[in-house]
Design a protein around this ligand. Structure first.
Ligand code: G4P
Length: 542
């Protein structure tokens, strides 16, 4: 700071401006199981923030994720900055970056990596279903990063499980303290409203259509009008539950929330826009600004508010524009300001490169940006210079840790059906591997020449098949394999040589960086090999 104060008044003013810009950024993602209401909540948050005129305008029906065209339609509807990767909107003086976590057909490591690029997450649960498998997986990724998570229990306008039971499930299944900030009164067709627990105000439930999107003015919970509206039965039940809560639930503790040890829990109906505005206000109050990030040098964490620029690549996407066939790298800016034409250091390549073109991408269109701040997402054309996990910084000596590859659970072999397209097949495979759509392994055994694909979701194989055909003209054949888990192996060469591999149930491969990976048919095979070879370390991620 002293160094800055010794500088010219212009430099000091610029530094202050930088700090103001960064402090107001809130970069978050929404995690959920499909159908819990992520899309509906996203829309209503945009409506609540004034970034979208009305929900449902741009949402296609049934079985869709945010397709490029949806984002485009939103962009056109309100002139807001939307990308298929990050969506930016302002509310209450803050600038939110909402990063898209494709959770549907597109479910992949991409979703996991996006969680490496946010500072907090919103977990949406369906009140009738509670924690579902994908919520659990995504939550686990958030936990490894210690991300603060706000929980929104959605669809309380429908018959659901008891709120006490849901709170209990969050605590037991996710092993996190759940701290209700509100309490629903009644549910389904008999939903009466929500009590906000800190100020004991009652928000009466009225359908969105009757109110044109405005939450009714809250009234004191302990008042005659509330008693008359709620009725004796529901009142008694809610009071009983709230008494239980005040004894059993933890008090909200901001520092525990910021460490990911406690999640504040809210209730609402995204479809009827009930409780969403209140939730948006809580997001504004609680979601943290860009946080310091550790580097590979564990003693150094980079201050986002500093004047040093740093960023890392969290996503690579090829062929976004069929006319140009190019490849975009998406960076999360972690500290300082990113300016057009900046000469930045690329530690993996060990040299500086000039960032001439930074883009804000939406659908297939791009707009050039002149600057971006810590918390923002920027797209840059990737002429093969960037890989997932690469760091870029204005100074040498800063390197963020690699983004781990997640443990694949599905495997298949891949071959090209048409020998005349072998070159395109190889190119396509290289690109899809660079994007992290699937992991690609090659067996060390000479008996198997074709590549093996590993993915965290089976649908990724369909993505590979269709992109290979559409983008590379290569028709592929996939043969499912019976492996169910992969482990990266570490050991000194003697220990490695001493392994007596069983003839079945296991395949030893190398990944694209040459690391040894072992595929196992079952947890039993993995256990046996690990027990018999204690000097070999089998790790979940590379
Ligand atoms: P997702 O992105 O998490 O997959 O969920 P999405 O918002 O698409 O919502 C899934 C379904 O749940 C949609 O119905 C949506 O209208 C409904 N839904 C979302 N929030 C609520 C809520 O608070 N209450 C109720 N009752 N329903 C809710 P759909 O029939 O699949 O689609 P659509 O025909 O309504 O578009």
């Amino acid at each position: 700071m002293n160094e800055i104060l010794e500088q010219t008044p212009t430099a000091v003013a610029e530094f202050r401006e930088l700090q103001v810009a960064i402090r107001r950024r809130r970069t978050f993602a929404i995690i959920s199981h499909p159908d819990a209401g992520k899309t509906t909540l996203t829309e209503q948050l945009l409506v609540g923030a004034g970034a979208l005129a009305a929900a449902g305008l741009v949402r296609p029906k049934k079985n869709r994720s945010y397709a490029a065209s949806d984002w485009m339609a939103m962009e056109q509807a309100r002139g807001i900055s939307i990308t298929s990767t990050a969506l930016q909107f302002e509310y209450g003086g803050a600038l939110f970056n909402l990063l898209d976590t494709p959770g549907h057909e597109d479910f992949s490591e991409d979703t996991y990596r996006t969680l490496m690029a946010v500072d907090s997450a919103v977990m949406v649960l369906d009140a009738a279903k509670g924690i579902e498998p994908r919520t659990l997986k995504l939550f686990e990724v958030c936990r490894t990063r210690g991300l603060p998570i706000l929980t929104f229990i959605n669809k309380i306008d429908q018959p659901g499980r008891s709120p006490l039971e849901l709170i209990d499930e969050i605590e037991k299944t996710l092993v996190i303290e759940a701290c209700p900030m509100q309490w629903p009164v009644g549910n389904g067709a008999a939903l009466k409203g929500i009590v906000s627990l800190n100020d004991e105000m009652f928000h009466e439930y009225e359908r969105y259509s009757q109110r044109h999107g405005e939450d009714a003015e809250p009234v004191p919970w302990d008042s005659d009008s509330t008693r008359a509206h709620v009725g004796q039965d529901f009142l008694g039940e809610a009071q009983g539950e709230m008494a239980l809560l005040s004894e059993a639930s933890p008090r909200f503790d901001q520092s525990r929330f910021l460490k990911g040890e406690q999640t504040p829990v809210y209730f609402g109906s995204a479809l009827h826009n009930f409780g969403v505005k209140a939730f948006l206000d809580e997001l504004l109050r609680l979601a943290p600004q860009p946080q310091p990030r550790s580097t590979v040098n564990e003693s150094v964490a980079i201050d986002p508010l500093g004047s040093v620029f740093s960023a890392f690549v969290f996503k690579i996407q090829g062929n976004m524009d069929p006319q140009h066939r190019d490849n975009m790298a998406f960076l999360r800016v972690c500290s300082g300001k990113f300016e057009r034409d900046a000469l930045v250091y690329h530690p993996r390549l060990g040299r500086r490169i000039r960032m001439t073109r930074m883009h804000r991408i939406f659908a297939r269109d791009r707009t050039l940006m002149d600057e971006a701040y810590a918390g923002d997402v920027v797209g840059v054309v990737n002429p093969g210079l960037f890989r997932i996990g690469d760091t870029l910084a204005s100074e040498e000596g800063i390197e963020y840790p690699r983004i781990p590859s997640f443990e694949p659970e599905f495997f298949c072999t891949l071959s090209c059906q048409d020998v005349s397209r072998t070159k395109q097949f190889r190119k396509g495979l290289e690109q899809l591997s660079a994007e992290g759509v699937v992991q690609v392994y090659y067996s060390v055994s000479a008996a198997r020449r074709e590549p093996i694909l590993g993915a965290v979701g089976r649908l990724q194989f369909d993505v590979v098949e269709s992109r290979m055909l559409q983008e590379y003209g290569a028709k592929v054949r996939m043969e499912p394999m019976s492996f169910s888990c992969a482990r990266w192996m570490k050991a000194d060469p003697d220990a490695m040589d001493s392994i007596r591999w069983p003839s079945r149930g296991i395949e030893v491969c190398r990944d694209h960086e040459g690391h040894l990976v072992c595929l196992f048919e079952s947890a039993w095979d993995l256990r046996m090999i690990s027990q018999n070879h204690p000097k070999v370390i089998f790790e979940k991620t590379a």
